[in-house]
Design a protein around this ligand. Structure first.
Ligand SMILES: O=P(O)(O)O[C@@H]1C[C@H](O)[C@@H](CO)O1
Length: 319
């Protein structure tokens, strides 16, 4: 290791000046050692090891209310943690038990449009991994592109399109530390298929199967909502819902070998016609989150119970 970066060998020898260049470019990034400082701070305040992580999307922070005996730690007090700046994202880690499982909830996430680079947006995922989290539930508010989706529906994410990645913006850019994961992680089984199947079953048992879909999520950088032409392009590409988060989090979580389950709450129908005069807005997004919080809490609690009852550790084919 050189200053927290693995020694990169080129033609069998390590190359000092390349390290120097990478350090100038990427030296501000979180190293493994720096994240251990964050983990150490948290471990001194929480006596149990969380195995489940939940990222609460816009207006969905109340998912953290499901935790029994909660311990809340504001991001602003945690060493090296970014802070939340968006309405509907409180900005704290909440530890407690959910369906009997030791859990940590991120009440508020970080977005690219807040000015954070993607690697910074995803820093808490590596912290969760180092704390002991093996299963990550990622939630978001999203616009429905698929014409069969209605406001208040839930889309179980089966895949994503990494639009920002198309332009070379990826949370894993820069020197790779193998202690987190491989340089070239696969992404074709990024979403645990067994957990998706279980979530569908939970939806059926709750009698809401007609409000639950499986689809493809895509993330743009935001903060503006999309133009009509952009939405029609995304539809043609195969996206069913559009948002401003999640994709980079999923990539980071898969890189460090977490089991990932993600769902979108459809908070608005995307406007794909020039004749329409309705416009999306963040207040509506948060309101729909509040309206559906009961359903989402029930879904997440019941799902987690069944995931661990069924011992789901990998949804990958053949594993
Ligand atoms: O954090 P998420 O992805 O749930 O938030 C969505 C995307 C924007 O941050 C915001 C727009 O209303 O909601």
């Amino acid at each position: 290791m050189v200053n927290g970066y693995p020694n990169i060998k080129i033609n069998g020898t390590t190359n000092g000046h390349i390290h120097k260049a990478l350090e100038t470019e990427y030296g501000h990034r979180y190293t493994y050692e720096l994240l251990l400082e964050t983990v150490h701070y948290i471990r001194n305040r929480v006596s149990f090891t969380p195995v489940v992580g939940v990222i609460c999307g816009s207006g969905l922070g109340s998912l953290a209310d499901c935790l029994v005996n909660p311990i809340e730690i504001p991001y602003s007090t945690i060493p090296h943690f970014p802070t939340s700046t968006v309405k509907g994202h409180v900005g704290s880690l909440v530890f407690g038990h959910l369906s009997g499982l030791p859990t940590v909830c991120m009440k508020g996430r970080f977005h690219y449009y807040e000015g954070y680079p993607l690697w910074k947006c995803c820093m808490p995922i590596r912290v969760m991994k180092l704390l002991g989290v093996s299963h990550l539930i990622i939630t978001n508010a999203a616009g429905g592109l698929n014409p069969s989706y209605k406001v208040g529906d839930i889309m179980l994410v089966k895949d994503h399109i990494n639009i920002m990645g198309f332009a070379g913006n990826n949370p894993l850019q820069g020197p790779n530390d193998e202690r987190f994961g491989p340089r070239f992680p696969p992404m074709n089984q990024a979403y645990n298929r067994d957990i998706i199947q279980l979530a569908k079953k939970v939806g059926e048992d709750m009698g809401v199967e007609n409000r639950i879909h499986e689809g493809v999520y895509t993330c743009l950088g935001g903060p503006n909502f999309e133009t009509v032409a952009e939405l029609n392009m995304l539809k043609m590409l195969g996206a069913d819902a559009v948002g401003m988060s999640t994709v980079h989090e999923v990539i980071t979580a898969n890189h460090c070998d977490m089991e990932v389950f993600a769902f979108s709450l459809i908070t608005n129908e995307c406007v794909v016609q020039y004749e329409a005069n309705n416009e999306p807005n963040h207040e509506e997004v948060i309101d729909v989150g509040k309206q559906r919080e009961g359903l989402l809490k029930q879904l997440v609690s019941e799902l987690l119970k069944r995931v661990f009852e069924n011992g789901i550790t990998s949804g990958k084919i053949g594993k």
